[in-house]
Design a protein around this ligand. Structure first.
Ligand SMILES: Cc1cc2nc3c(=O)[nH]c(=O)nc-3n(C[C@H](O)[C@H](O)[C@H](O)COP(=O)(O)OP(=O)(O)OC[C@H]3O[C@@H](n4cnc5c(N)ncnc54)[C@H](O)[C@@H]3O)c2cc1C
Length: 382
């Protein structure tokens, strides 16, 4: 196939590799640049992805799955527990580096060129200035996609600057101990200000334990959480990274540059999960590029093409804002009321990790929930 047009993707994470594979499959010459030497490393992730999301993206994750979980135990600051679970797995815990490698392999098979140890310096129209091992180079592309994660240099080049309040700081270790294999734990408390702490089991003896905070010293917060849980096991593989936390923003296209994934805040503000949402957005981005090359449709159609995902991301943000508006006392109260309103059963039946619209509508039809949680319901209706 003759490739008249070309795409350059900055960043070989799940979002960028999805855009790249799709663009190449559509017939466009596609190159990915990645600043690190090895795809998938370093790892800044817990690796939890929903079974539904995996189905929707068409991934086959069996070979990279460490564990499958059926739900979560959610603990209030006062340690009241709420359990949401199904009879079958709802999420996979995967080896995140292997996921990126799998996506890279698929992209390469489709004909994408991936250049590692190559970092973006600047973009001037269709010229991309990059650096490889200290040496400058110029690449050419008609469309440039910034899939370069939360810090996104591409976003900066587009002139979009975001304050640090738009991110939370995450800190995680792999910890040895004794863990319940089929449930994730979510802990709400002041040590995880405006976010939460988690325990995600790889198996009975090893878990990914972490938290994220909106401000303050994340290491100290983690130590506090560790003390609360009484972990004494050996720790390894520390990671410390930012997670975008806010609404998806509109400035995701400027001239011939587009943003996708964490770079575009296409991340769930409830949990920080961005693998599936980034891949979904990646497909919408590639579809937009295809219509641009093929039918001369504007790249600004991307906003329209990603509107289904954005609807869900806005709901995630509403839930996050509501939770962050509560004091510790009110959070305790909320968990108690949710239990009384039989939200455990409700969420076990209708809950969806990626699409809150699947269950929020049903809340309005549940008299018990409306009676017990009028404030929360009012918040979502606002
Ligand atoms: C502690 C933690 C736990 C998380 N747990 C989960 C989870 O369980 N489930 C989930 O779904 N999400 C999770 N996330 C979020 C998830 O990791 C991100 O949403 C996801 O990685 C976003 O993918 P991406 O492709 O948009 O960006 P990234 O995966 O960040 O990829 C960006 C790529 O761009 C490269 N890059 C950056 N700058 C340049 C440059 N200038 N030039 C060239 N290359 C560049 C980077 O090296 C990187 O490879 C977690 C995040 C953190 C921090």
């Amino acid at each position: 196939m003759i490739c008249m047009n070309s795409v350059l993707v900055v960043g070989a994470g799940p979002s960028g590799l999805t855009v790249a594979a799709e663009c190449r499959k559509n017939g466009w010459k596609t190159t990915v640049i990645e600043e690190h030497a090895e795809i998938g490393k370093p790892i800044h992730c817990t690796g939890i992805i929903s079974v539904d999301g995996v189905k929707e993206t068409g991934l086959d994750v069996e070979s990279i799955t460490l564990n499958k979980v059926v739900g979560a135990r959610i603990f209030s600051p006062q340690n009241e527990e709420m359990t949401v679970k199904r009879n079958e797995p709802v999420a996979y815990i995967v080896e995140r580096d292997k996921l990126d490698k799998l996506l890279a392999q698929k992209a390469i098979q489709a004909g994408v060129e991936i250049r590692t140890e190559t970092s973006l310096l600047d973009i001037r129209k269709e010229t991309v200035f990059v650096q490889k091992k200290g040496r400058g180079e110029m690449l050419k592309a008609n469309v440039i996609v910034g899939a370069d994660g939360p810090f996104s240099k591409t976003r900066g080049i587009m002139g979009v600057s975001l304050p640090k309040e738009k991110f939370v700081h995450a800190y995680q270790f792999r910890v040895k101990g004794h863990f319940e294999k089929n449930l994730v734990q979510v802990h709400l408390g002041s040590y995880a200000k405006n976010y939460f702490a988690w325990v995600a089991p790889e198996n009975e003896e090893m878990a990914r334990v972490g938290l994220a905070v909106s401000d303050g010293n994340v290491r100290k917060s983690f130590e506090e959480f560790e003390k609360k849980l009484g972990f004494e096991g050996e720790k390894c593989d520390m990671c410390s990274a930012l997670i975008p936390c806010g609404e998806p923003f509109r400035e995701i296209v400027k001239d011939n540059i587009m943003l996708v994934g964490d770079a575009a805040f296409q991340t769930k503000a409830t949990t920080g999960g961005g693998i599936i949402t980034g891949m979904m957005a990646g497909k919408a981005c590639a579809k937009t590029i295809d219509s641009y090359f093929r039918d001369k449709k504007p790249l600004s159609d991307y906003w329209k093409n990603v509107s289904g995902l954005n609807k869900e991301l806005v709901l995630h943000w509403k839930i996050r804002k509501y939770l962050n508006s509560l004091s510790e006392e009110k959070t305790n109260d909320l968990v108690s009321k949710m239990k009384k309103a039989e939200m455990e059963e409700f969420l076990s039946k209708y809950g969806h990790m990626d699409k809150p619209s699947k269950f929020i509508g049903k809340i309005y039809k549940s008299p018990g929930i409306l009676r017990m949680l009028p404030e929360a319901v009012k918040f979502f209706m606002s």
